[in-house]
Design a protein around this ligand. Structure first.
Ligand code: SUG
Length: 440
């Protein structure tokens, strides 16, 4: 077994971060629609979270924001002319389309791709499949550019297999790692991969959309050459989706041998745990930590984002650490639960709160903002080093953000043609720091 460690690739929050109200079924996005955002503060908050993990001794990566507005979407919709003419015309006749073209949603890199570490795959390569994000228009335009970023960063076919997104049809709806959990004894050892889906292909469900299908999950597992005996497909509870858990990572997070989840996360909890134990046999003993609804009602779990936390093994600490959003501390039931959790003798020994409020108000907590990539030394060596962060690079990125991002942005401001130039200049500055000028 080659030793490996988990690298978190966070999305660098882009200059057009705004509250567009674009995501049906995402309660925070709907609640804050039309509010004034602060892209500068959002990006600084995200970078401070990254700094927390760098200081804790973890390897931290970053994925750059995508170019916004996405003129390809606007051109495909028949808007032609100079950039300024296009923006003026779209703002007048199709303002929702303009919001989609400007969305900074690629910040939530848990939705960028699904990742299987080399220890789990038959060809011994690290596999990544870009998510088609086909359910929401503003997210469906991410994957071509995300794929290009992944190719630039995870360079070297000996080590990495990058798959383009699945077909853009609702039968293949795929939201990436937000519906995927990998468990193992230690990162470098072969593990078990859990794929959570909200509906089967062809099935129509009333109410909030189920953004992940079983067919998509099975397709990714096949392309990643996973051992079928070590894969579990689990259905997300309809009840959780209806309550606002538009991705499984709103009600569940796992790390190493521990699965931390809400009582109503899965349609069949006992069946899911049995399947997991069978898949884990001989590899590790599953440690489930189920939070009963009586202790944390589903509505509180979703509004506080208790489970949208990063569950991490930090150097020098015996038990796992939960990096939770500040909202979890502000919600009485989740704060009390966390206090009891760390005083017990279970696998989670500490909770640390971080402030990512700007992202939270669009439904993105600490876990949405990161893509986990388990890597060996050789794989890390082969990966583009410009996106790996130390504090100095974080300082440089923050300085660029402070110099180029607005601190107030309402969806109506997107109509200002000058804003498109501001976004381009800001992104070019960031790409230079990350030595990714080729993506400009
Ligand atoms: O897809 N919000 C994102 C939040 C994604 C959270 N990711 C995970 N749970 N992994 C979404 O719903 C809101 C954009 C707006 O309304 O402007 C948005 O896209």
């Amino acid at each position: 077994m080659k030793p490996a460690f988990e690298v978190n690739f966070d999305g660098l929050i882009g200059p057009s971060h705004n509250y567009g109200g674009l995501s049906d079924g995402n309660l925070a996005s709907a609640r804050n629609a039309g509010d004034v955002s602060n892209p500068r503060e959002a990006a600084v908050q995200g970078l401070e979270k990254m700094r927390t993990l760098v200081r804790a001794g973890l390897v931290q990566g970053v994925l750059p924001p995508l170019a916004r507005p996405n003129f390809d979407l606007l051109a495909a919709s028949g808007f032609l002319g100079t950039d300024a003419q296009i923006i003026e015309a779209v703002a007048k006749t199709a303002p929702r389309l303009l919001k989609a073209a400007y969305s900074a949603s690629s910040m939530w890199t848990a939705n960028a791709a699904t990742v299987s570490p080399s220890a789990d795959t038959a060809d011994g390569r690290l596999h990544l499949t870009a998510a088609n994000l086909s359910t929401m228009l503003h997210r469906s335009i991410e994957h071509p550019d995300t794929t290009a970023s992944l190719i630039s960063i995870f360079a070297g076919e000996d080590y990495f297999a990058i798959h383009g997104a699945l077909p853009a049809h609702s039968d293949f709806a795929d939201e990436g790692a937000a519906n995927h959990v990998r468990l193992c004894a230690e990162h470098g050892a072969p593990g078990v991969e859990i794929f959570v889906y909200g509906r089967t292909e062809g099935e129509s469900v009333a109410g909030f959309p189920a953004r992940q299908t079983l067919l998509a999950a099975q397709s990714v597992a096949r392309s990643h050459e996973l051992d079928p005996a070590r894969v579990v497909f689990a259905r997300q509870a309809r009840r959780a989706i209806e309550a606002g858990a538009f991705h499984n990572d709103v009600v569940c997070v796992g790390a190493l041998d521990t699965l931390f989840f809400h009582e109503f996360a899965f349609e069949d909890t006992a069946g899911t745990l049995d399947a997991l134990r069978r898949a884990a046999e001989g590899r590790f003993e599953l440690k489930p930590v189920m939070v009963p609804d009586a202790e944390v009602p589903l509505a509180d779990a979703i509004s506080s984002y208790l489970f949208n936390s990063q569950l991490l093994k930090l150097p020098g600490e015996d038990r796992l650490v939960l990096i939770a959003p500040g909202e979890t501390q502000d919600t009485p039931s989740t704060r009390a639960y966390c206090e009891r959790l760390v005083h017990g003798n279970g696998p989670i020994g500490r909770v640390q709160y971080v402030d990512v409020r700007q992202s939270m108000r669009n439904g993105g907590g600490p876990a949405c903002l990161r893509l986990r990539v388990v890597m060996t030394d050789d794989e890390l060596e082969s990966c583009h080093s410009g996106v790996l962060l130390d504090e100095e690079r974080i300082d440089d990125l923050q300085a660029c953000v402070r110099a180029t991002y607005r601190d107030r942005l309402s969806p109506a401001d997107l109509a200002d043609p000058a804003f498109a130039d501001e976004c381009r200049i800001a992104r070019e500055g960031l790409l230079e720091i990350l030595e990714l000028d080729s993506l400009a």
